[in-house]
Design a protein around this ligand. Sequence first.
Ligand SMILES: Nc1ncnc2c1ncn2[C@@H]1O[C@H](COP(=O)(O)OP(=O)(O)OP(=O)(O)O)[C@@H](O)[C@H]1O
Length: 234
Amino acid sequence: MIETRGLVHRYGESRAVDDVSLTLDDGAFVVVAGPNGSGKTTLVRHFNGLLTPDEGAVLVDGDDVTDHPVTARSSVAMVFQDPRECFVAATVGADVTFGPANLGLSHETIAERRQTALRAVRMDGREDERIDELSGGEQARVAIAGALAMEPTHLVLDEPFAGLDWPAREAVLDHLRRLEEGGTGVVVVTHDLRDVATAADRVVVLSEGRVALDGPPDAVADRLAEFGVRPPER
Ligand SMILES: Nc1ncnc2c1ncn2[C@@H]1O[C@H](COP(=O)(O)OP(=O)(O)OP(=O)(O)O)[C@@H](O)[C@H]1O
């Protein structure tokens, strides 16, 4: 479970996240939406301790992430908006293997995880390719595979569909749905609900750093446009 309590994040005088209290259950598919600059990225970067609260706290499974950053990072995997921020190795296979190898798993388990993760994003068979020679969409898929291979209790993806074509979106979304059914919490940042409406259990809409709407997609759908969020198609 990820919990924020009265979370405030400031950049200078301005409050990018302003008193946000949320509880995100394991096994839920939560969309964080809102207009540009509403604080989505800043909020989710607190979920695994990448940022430090100016006020309030963030807890992962009851532990304050500021005091337990290592636990937070192994429980909550993050895929950044710019996939190049995620990479730690030169080739596809080495990158996806890095996280599980650090967990001290057996070679067999690591290979299985790499295979499953790459298949989920339709990048299997491309282990030896250099990441810097891939297209933006392919890089995004490798970044997602790297997070999937960690088999975290929560997976947080910031605008994961931006560079992907439809087949890749569908493949990733299918895999996210399966993860959620298996008990993994999934958090997706987006400003277009059409990508995720069929999978989402809950939509949290931020406006100027505050929670403006919070509920199941159907319950919030009519008010999304007010906050610059593209509603799901019906
Ligand atoms: N490193 C930073 N330094 C100063 N201000 C920042 C920084 N990062 C973000 N901001 C500001 O904080 C506010 C929230 O930004 P944030 O990126 O969290 O919003 P967002 O909803 O994710 O936006 P987008 O949809 O454009 O990615 C914005 O006004 C932004 O300009």
